[in-house]
Design a protein around this ligand. Sequence first.
Ligand code: GAP
Length: 476
Amino acid sequence: MKTEDSPSNKTKPFKAEDSLKDIVALSKRRGFVFPGSDIYGGLANTFDYGPYGVELLRNIKNEWWRTFVHSRDDIVGLDSSIMLHSAVWEASGHLKSFNDPLIDCKNCRARLRADQYLEEKHKISTIDFDLEQIKEIFRQKASEFSCPQCGNKNTFTEPRQFNLMFATKMGSLKDTEEMVYLRPETAQGIFINFRNIVDSSRVKVPFGIAQIGKSFRNEIIARQFVFRTREFEQLELEFFCVPGSQKEWFDYWLDFCSQWLYSLGISKENLRSRQHETKELSFYSDNTVDIEYNFPFGWGELWGIASRTDYDLKQHSKHSKKNLMYFDAARNESYLPYVIEPALGLNRLFLCILADSYRIEKPNTKEQRIYLKLDSRLAPIKAGIFPLQKKDGLLEIAQKIYKELAKNFTVDLDQNGSIGKRYYRQDELGTPFCFTVDYQSKTDNTLTVRYRDDLRQERINIDRVSDFLRDNLANG
Ligand code: GAP
């Protein structure tokens, strides 16, 4: 399996407004994402999601679940274990094939992917090569090849296969310890529960099983903020269909997933589909299209739509010796269903949403304004509530509004700093509306509502604030 991105990722269009640096800075400044283990100097490539990051992640997951599970009568959910029996990875092929070729520099200890080094530094495409052929190139060209980090020539070790699965031990006593792997994809938890779900639910092919959860890959080169990390979260659907209907379902899911991204407001010109070449396909797939996003560092895979044939069910049937055939009463026949798998990375969609919604108005002027033009379903905070002053009873009115709204909406009561600063903060959080309680509120029971995108302001009655949010927040 190739875990690195497409060759097309090499183009790096300059996108001034939403450079990665700005997004990383905003993420830290506003409590979306912090470097992992920060107070201990950080742990490379780990990230912690702060108060607003966690809300954004939850909103994305909720929207996905609502669209892919709750709104459909042909998809059910699952939450399987992160640690599965080792036999699962034997059967799935991950123990044997989930590898990347790796080289180390003996001088500076830089660790690189051999295939990427050849492609990026020497324009040698390795798509057709196996490990032996890659080794041969390194043998022949050892004296010419130099390490990009220290510049020394002839210092690379021989390329070695590096399995991307994290291994750990289960059990507390040395002699009873059992080796287990942290799952590198949530998909296998679904396949091994296929029988359980068919037997316990009323599902009939065609149907899907959806799962959201953490996956782990010991990526050699993890980089580009939360784009590629060793611990990440996936939203995966395995859709089981009648053999022969896979092409039709593949097209259906590619379109369905694209439409969902558009519906979240992600700009169409920053999304594209890329068909995998045959040589590039994962070991389980006979057709894959990646939905790519034009990240600040270039095009990168966001969502892989793969046709997995009956590979996984066949393998698990063989290795577990359990009958995973499905009896189709309508057709009066038994078969192993074929599978279409839309597999989405939560953290990549998170980054895509931040990048796509990032706006700078009047840049480099005194009136510069940064805001996130987030779909209100995704916005971590739906409304900010500001008392103009803490005194004269204004805070009490704002607190009462907050209490009422908090029953149904995620809202923020902000009483610190000037109103301008409070607007600025909520803009950077992508909050669609701000309510300001002022002295007029005391006389006519109204407040000011300010719209994030066009800065419009109007007065509404305090008793209508809840209805206002209900009417104005998108509900999909
Ligand atoms: N079950 C199939 C599967 O896991 P994949 O293309 O390897 O396929 C699916 O992964 C999605 O998971 C990718 O499109 C990407 O969004 C996300 N993903 C994969 N590796 C990742 C990593 N190291 N860090 C963050 N997201 C990752």
